[in-house]
Design a binder for this molecule. Structure first.
Ligand code: 5GP
Length: 125
């Protein structure tokens, strides 16, 4: 079910539970601002999720409320994860769903990194 990104943060969501160590994840990156792990249901040969450590529902919430340090730390982490995975030369795609029409399912901001095959043109369907 897609979530309403205007609702307040709900700390029972699955990524909050991963951040608290209550659920396992295949972690590929961890620092003060961000955690990155493999998606449980990959949509490409490589499908990594990068999430901020802070409690933010969506890109909208994060861009409005996060500190400059959190934003810089998170954006740098996304780039670092892609570089660490050797994705700059072959290329990769970033995606951050926000709210109902995008079909965001987990109400904690996450950036998808898709890679490992030719991803084709971006399609909004
Ligand atoms: P959204 O549709 O919200 O942009 O993407 C949510 C993503 O989270 C989906 O790609 C889904 O496969 C992934 N996901 C959902 N639950 C879990 C989980 O427990 N562990 C991991 N690693 N990924 C999850």
């Amino acid at each position: 079910m897609p979530i309403d990104a205007t609702q307040p943060y709900d700390d029972s969501n699955i990524f909050a539970r991963i951040l608290r160590g209550e659920l396992p994840s295949k972690t590929v990156y961890d620092d003060e601002f961000a955690l990155a792990f493999h998606d449980i249901n990959p949509q490409a040969p490589l499908h990594i999720l990068v999430i901020p450590k802070g409690a933010y529902v969506s890109w909208d919430d994060f861009s409005a409320r996060a500190s400059d340090a959190e934003i810089a730390g998170f954006v740098r982490a996304v780039g670092q994860v892609a570089r660490d995975a050797g994705l700059v030369e072959p290329g990769y795609r970033l995606l951050a769903n926000t709210g109902l029409d995008s079909h965001q399912e987990v109400p904690h901001l996450h950036v998808h990194i898709f890679a490992g095959r030719k991803l084709g043109p971006m399609l909004a369907r």
